[in-house]
Design a protein around this ligand. Structure first.
Ligand SMILES: [Mg+2]
Length: 170
C-alpha cells in the first residue's frame, strides 16, 4: 500500500517508555533522535529526564546522535545539556543525508541503527528512505504551530491505517 512508506517500525507513547536495553540486546548499537517533541517540548532545554536517558544510554553502550531540522543554536545547546551525544542541526529531514552522516559519526550502519522521532513525514519517512528502522513516539507538546497542526491531520489519517494493520497482527 502507498501509505506503508510512512509506517514506523514501532510506536510508543513516549521516548521514555522505550526499552533501550532490549534494543541493545537485539543488536542495535546506534540511536538517532529527533529533539523537539521527541525528547523535550518544542524549544525546551535539556531536562533531568533527558539527561538521565543519555547517561543511561552511554552506560548501556549505545552510540547516540541528535538529528534536528532546527538551527544550530538550539541543537548545540540541547546536545551540550545531555552531554553524551553528537548532533546534526538543519538536518533537512526527510532528506537522507543527515541520517547517513549520523551513522558515519557513530560508526554504525543501517542494520544496527534505530531512529526515534515524533513526525511521520519528516522523521519516519526520512529514516525509511535511508533504510533505517524507526520508532514513532507521540509528540510531547499538545499545542503546536499551525503548519504542524495541519501535518498532524494527515499523520493521523496514515496512523489510522498503521494501527489498523498493527491490530491485525501483520
Ligand atoms: Mg520533532
Amino acid at each position: 500500500m502507498f501509505l506503508e512508506r510512512f509506517f514506523p517500525d514501532d510506536y510508543y507513547n513516549s521516548t521514555y517508555d522505550i526499552d533501550f536495553e532490549a534494543l541493545y540486546e537485539s543488536g542495535v548499537r546506534g540511536l538517532i533522535f529527533d529533539i523537539d517533541n521527541t525528547l523535550v517540548p518544542h524549544g525546551a532545554p535539556a531536562d533531568e529526564r533527558s539527561k538521565e536517558l543519555f547517561s543511561r544510554l552511554r552506560d548501556i553502550g549505545m552510540k547516540c546522535m541528535l538529528l534536528s531540522n532546527n538551527r544550530e543554536k538550539r541543537v548545540k545547546s540541547f546536545a551540550e545539556g545531555v552531554i553524551y551525544t553528537g548532533y546534526i542541526f538543519k538536518g533537512n529531514k526527510p532528506a537522507r543525508g543527515g541520517y547517513f552522516k549520523a551513522m558515519e559519526q557513530m560508526g554504525t550502519d543501517s542494520g544496527n541503527t534505530v531512529f526515534i522521532g515524533d513526525q511521520l513525514f519528516t522523521d519516519v519517512w526520512g529514516a525509511k528512505r535511508a533504510g533505517i528502522k524507526s520508532i514513532l513516539v507521540h509528540q510531547i507538546d499538545k499545542k503546536e504551530e499551525i503548519q504542524i497542526v495541519l501535518k498532524r491531520i494527515l499523520e493521523n489519517m496514515v496512523l489510522h491505517f498503521y494501527f489498523k494493520e498493527r491490530k491485525g497482527g501483520t
